[in-house]
Design a protein around this ligand. Sequence first.
Ligand SMILES: NC(=O)c1ccc[n+]([C@@H]2O[C@H](COP(=O)([O-])OP(=O)(O)OC[C@H]3O[C@@H](n4cnc5c(N)ncnc54)[C@H](O)[C@@H]3O)[C@@H](O)[C@H]2O)c1
Length: 421
Amino acid sequence: MPSVDHDIKDLALAEQGSRLIEWADRDMPVLREIRARFEQEQPFQGIRISACLHVTTETANLMRALKAGGAEVVLCASNPLSTQDEVAAALVAEYDIAVFAISGEDEDTYYRHIVAAVDHRPHLTVDDGADLIGLIHSTRRELLDSVIAGLEETTTGVIRLRAMEFDGVLGFPIIAVNEAQSKHLFDNRYGTGQSAVDGILRATNALLAGSTFVVAGYGWCGRGVAERARGMGSHVIVLEVDPLRALQAAMDGFRVMTAEQAAPLGDIFCTATGGKQVLRGEHFARMKDGAIIANAGHFNVEIDLPALRELAVSSSTPRPFVEQFTLPSGNHLNLLADGRLINLVAAEGHPASVMDMSFANQALSAEYAVKQAGTLENRVYVVPPEIDVEIARLKLASLKIEIDVLSEEQQRYLKSWSEGT
Ligand SMILES: NC(=O)c1ccc[n+]([C@@H]2O[C@H](COP(=O)([O-])OP(=O)(O)OC[C@H]3O[C@@H](n4cnc5c(N)ncnc54)[C@H](O)[C@@H]3O)[C@@H](O)[C@H]2O)c1
């Protein structure tokens, strides 16, 4: 029997999970290098870390790096549908890491698992959507003082934490890992771009070539999805509410219009806004028979699910991850993955190579937070630029890409105002 606490689906899946974790590890050279250094330097001796992340192979490698650095680590899921049960089993059985996560867990179990991670009395929290931080601030306030810092992985989490900072209710410092350039410029764009399209294809086997693909939101995730859908031959329409981003989409060559205008044109819809009720009843009523609707944003509120259910006269499940609604008009609409993150539910989330950089940010930010313990205020901090640049440097080196270096004269020139005028 494993020595660590756990609530997972099946320990017998551990061997398969280990193989998959090792497979991902091969594509995570930056995190591997950090893990090797952590093993030597032990920056997390005596530190308890609670992580609430998608339980995937890449997350497993982050947990390994933190544990190698001496931390006592507990992991729960940041989404009830994204857990890879074999990974959870391997972490418990092969890597002695406590895990509380079962794919498809109901809401009660999901929250019970978050409570279990908080019961670990963390010095550091690692969140993807601020669930641990939310729980500690609402019902476990006695723990606030012992938390050195919280690390936040995603855009939506950072927005919430900034709102808490603004309201003066943040009880410990936060490092907004999402804001690192070596995170969102790559993970959100190339990671979500590829894996959201992957999830839609795995769920439906639809042909993208020649289809009309509507992307809501032209942030880092949305532009990734739009670029990849175009790359596979779709005619891409972008929906935006921000004039600057809408203009960028238009000048990047996409058609830009309102949701109402796009509703009857789209074959596939994918939301990636971080907002709510982006696709609503009035849009569903105008959509084509057979339209596919998916979401890549953090919460399952971007597609107005109650409105869709209310509008429908019946529903069925023709394929895994596809719920087909029949509308009074006789049209069918196909909702994917219950409106949750399509890339994590129907596919495997981001490729390891891009999570290498995101989780290198988590690992180095955790080390930074511990070194700075007691000196940070209860504010949202960005990842220090030295860490950001170092991760890009390590990634380039792992890709065997060399770049030029500025001479002293060039550096002087770039900082001066007197030359060349
Ligand atoms: N699926 C994943 O694995 C994954 C990975 C990273 C981030 N995320 C999540 O994806 C979401 C988007 O992240 P991002 O980094 O692209 O954020 P972002 O802030 O860069 O972009 C969001 C864009 O959506 C636009 N928008 C907001 N409401 C809208 C509406 N009603 N209609 C049209 N456009 C609207 C905003 O103007 C903005 O340009 C967040 O919830 C984030 O947490 C998911």
